[in-house]
Write a protein that binds this ligand. Structure first.
Ligand code: ATP
Ligand code: MG
Length: 284
């Protein structure tokens, strides 16, 4: 894996540690069900923040509220101090990119074409220019391809540029989702279960990739069920249980919090006390 992304994410300039994303009092109701209950969360520049919680806790719903897929019932989401309109393309334009828990690639397009689609929000060439196909169009097109190839190299997919997305093994499809998200040149990347279905080696490689992304100046908010991955990676971790934020803190604090261990009973994770694990076994 290469470790350079020559082009920096835009917009630039937030010093490390300042608030990039600020979600305040987010509530999401579906009829009688409240999936997200008054959740506030901040992600600072330069940070990797984890979002964990049992199945159905509201993690993906919260991501959908952050990215404009859902209009929260209450609450606001700000990015770099400006409240975001709940429209996915405007959120992407503002500088937030995401991947999906259920991979959403264009299966019959090539790997390179998938990344070029992700780049779309950052190219200034309009419809007229595309129709005329003048020099401006060709320059922009060449630059887009060059940038897409850089991102494929960065994510370890350069050799697969011309393969159809649907022919990639599962782990590489997840990497391609990340490359496509990076193509919009985000300042913040949201990853929804990036290692789901991966083997341990692929998971380790993804961990390195997320560190490399952060080192390029892109903050990361990541949902994962793999606790080892989360606690290795994250500066801060927030725990959602039944739509509510139960705990938030450093990996050390969160790992040893009894409420968190209790919330995960039935879903053992590395670091859980052995006697608790045994109790679980006995209960079965
Ligand atoms: N569009 C929707 N309409 C109605 N209910 C929904 C909708 N989306 C999510 N929910 C419900 O909201 C709750 C939270 O679901 P969500 O997918 O956010 O959980 P999650 O924490 O991401 O779980 P997992 O770890 O399994 O991915 C669930 O009860 C789910 O059924
Ligand atoms: Mg989910």
């Amino acid at each position: 894996m290469t470790t350079t992304i020559p082009e920096q994410p835009s917009p630039q300039g937030a010093p490390k540690g300042t608030a990039l994303l600020e979600a305040k009092g987010v509530i999401m109701r579906f009829g009688g069900l409240t999936a997200v209950r008054d959740v506030s969360l901040t992600v600072g520049s330069g940070e990797i923040v984890g979002l964990i919680g049992p199945n159905g806790a509201g993690k993906t719903t919260f991501f959908n509220c952050l990215t404009g897929l859902y209009v929260p019932t209450e609450g606001t989401v700000s990015y770099r101090g400006t409240v975001l309109p709940p429209k996915p393309h405007l959120v992407t334009q503002a500088g937030i990119a995401r991947t999906f828990q259920n991979i959403r690639l264009f299966a019959n397009m090539t790997v390179l074409e998938n990344v070029l689609v992700g780049r779309h929000t950052r190219t200034r060439e309009g419809l007229l220019s595309a129709l005329i196909r003048g020099p401006g169009y060709h320059r922009a097109e060449a630059r887009s391809r060059e940038r897409a190839m850089e991102l494929l190299a960065f994510t370890g997919l350069a050799g697969k540029a011309e393969h159809l997305a649907r022919n990639l093994p599962y782990g590489e499809q997840r990497k391609l989702e990340i490359a496509r998200a990076l193509a919009s040149e985000p300042g913040l990347l949201l990853l929804d279960e990036p290692t789901a279905g991966m083997n341990p080696q692929e998971t380790r490689a993804t961990e390195e990739l997320v560190f490399a992304i952060r080192d390029q100046g892109i903050a990361v908010l990541v949902i994962e069920h793999d606790m080892r991955f989360i606690f290795n990676l994250c500066d801060r971790v927030a725990v959602l249980v039944q739509g509510e934020k139960l705990v938030e803190g450093t990996s050390d604090v969160v790992q040893s919090d009894e409420r968190v261990i209790a919330a995960y009973l039935g879903e053992p994770f590395e670091g859980a006390p052995a006697d608790e694990a045994e109790e679980r076994e006995n209960d079965r």
